[in-house]
Write a protein that binds this ligand. Structure first.
Ligand code: ZN
Length: 301
């Protein structure tokens, strides 16, 4: 009996020390909702075991054309923080937050302020392009997203500020190493060969960062249908290239069919790039970007 009591006391003491010395495990994880899988990955990288993150758009689905269901309203209702891209990319979120989120829950729009709003900066080009919201495809923007996530999590759990800062710094180092790899490996490709033709307007920021000669697409965003004039324009462009290549994006199946038809018409090779969703093949942003880099180098070399 005596031994049992001592055993229980010891267990309680150890338990107390354990929980007392690891506020992380003692505290309830921050409940975060991200609009799509790439942002979910960023939050997980920064938050580790101190956060629980759900993605509203399922893995492999297209965030542009996706529509929320009651399941997602439930997720938003339980969230302490909602993380979105903004810049028009995931605007379907706004009514959902308005109707389902608890009052005062912060909505973090990661792209805010990172690109000028084209509506107010039209210098009369008149080509009708809206801003490309896929900022995360340029690695320095991903770094900015991660810093913003760390700041927002710290606001919610100030006692874990060092923990979030440490994880964010380690991850940002990996991101800069990825950026360096993109620069170094793409430098081996002649600038004029760096031509990227995709279904939708997703790779503008990537192209700008890593010096592509041409970035072209069939539709501005996946809600639009391609028109024959644009198909003709791309066939003609591909016809002028030494090594014509088009890139499909697996989350847009209708787009893939159009790009395959375009490739047949122009005698172009077809490769896959990931832009808007992680998949079981590329379950993290770092893996997705490493895959994209390898694909670009193989397609152009
Ligand atoms: Zn997109």
């Amino acid at each position: 009996m005596q031994r049992n009591v001592r055993g229980v006391l010891l267990a309680v003491l150890i338990w107390g020390l354990f929980w007392g010395s690891t506020p992380l495990l003692a505290a309830r994880p921050v409940q975060v909702v991200a609009t799509f899988s790439i942002l979910q990955d960023f939050v997980e990288q920064v938050g580790g075991e101190a956060v629980t993150v759900s993605s509203l758009v399922p893995l492999g689905a297209d965030p542009h054309t996706w529509e929320p269901s009651p399941r997602e309203a439930g997720l938003v209702a339980r969230a302490e923080l909602v993380v979105a891209n903004g810049a028009g990319f995931d605007d379907w979120l706004l009514p959902l937050v308005k109707s389902a989120a608890r009052p005062g829950i912060p909505l973090l729009q990661l792209s805010e302020g990172l690109v000028p709003d084209v509506d107010h900066h039209d210098h009369g080009h008149g080509h009708g392009h809206t801003a490309d919201p896929h900022l995360w495809l340029s690695v320095p923007n991903a770094v900015a997203y991660v810093e913003r996530i760390a700041a927002a999590l710290t606001e919610l759990r100030p006692e874990l500020g060092d923990f979030f800062a440490g994880r964010a710094q380690a991850y940002i180092q990996e991101l800069w190493a990825l950026d360096e790899r993109f620069r170094a490996e793409l430098e081996t490709i002649p600038a004029e060969s760096r031509v990227i033709i995709t279904y939708h307007n997703a790779f503008g920021h990537l192209a700008e960062r890593y010096g592509f000669a041409v970035v072209e697409f069939l539709v501005e965003n996946p809600e639009a249908e391609p028109n024959p004039r644009d198909l003709g324009r791309l066939v003609e462009l591909l016809g002028r290239l030494d090594r014509p290549v088009v890139f499909t994006e697996p989350q847009i199946s209708s787009g893939t069919r159009y790009m395959q038809a375009l490739a047949r018409e122009a005698g172009a090779a077809v490769h896959v790039l990931y832009s808007d969703s992680l998949t079981s093949e590329v379950p993290t942003y770092l893996q997705m970007m490493a895959y994209n880099l390898q694909t670009l180098v193989e397609a152009w070399r």
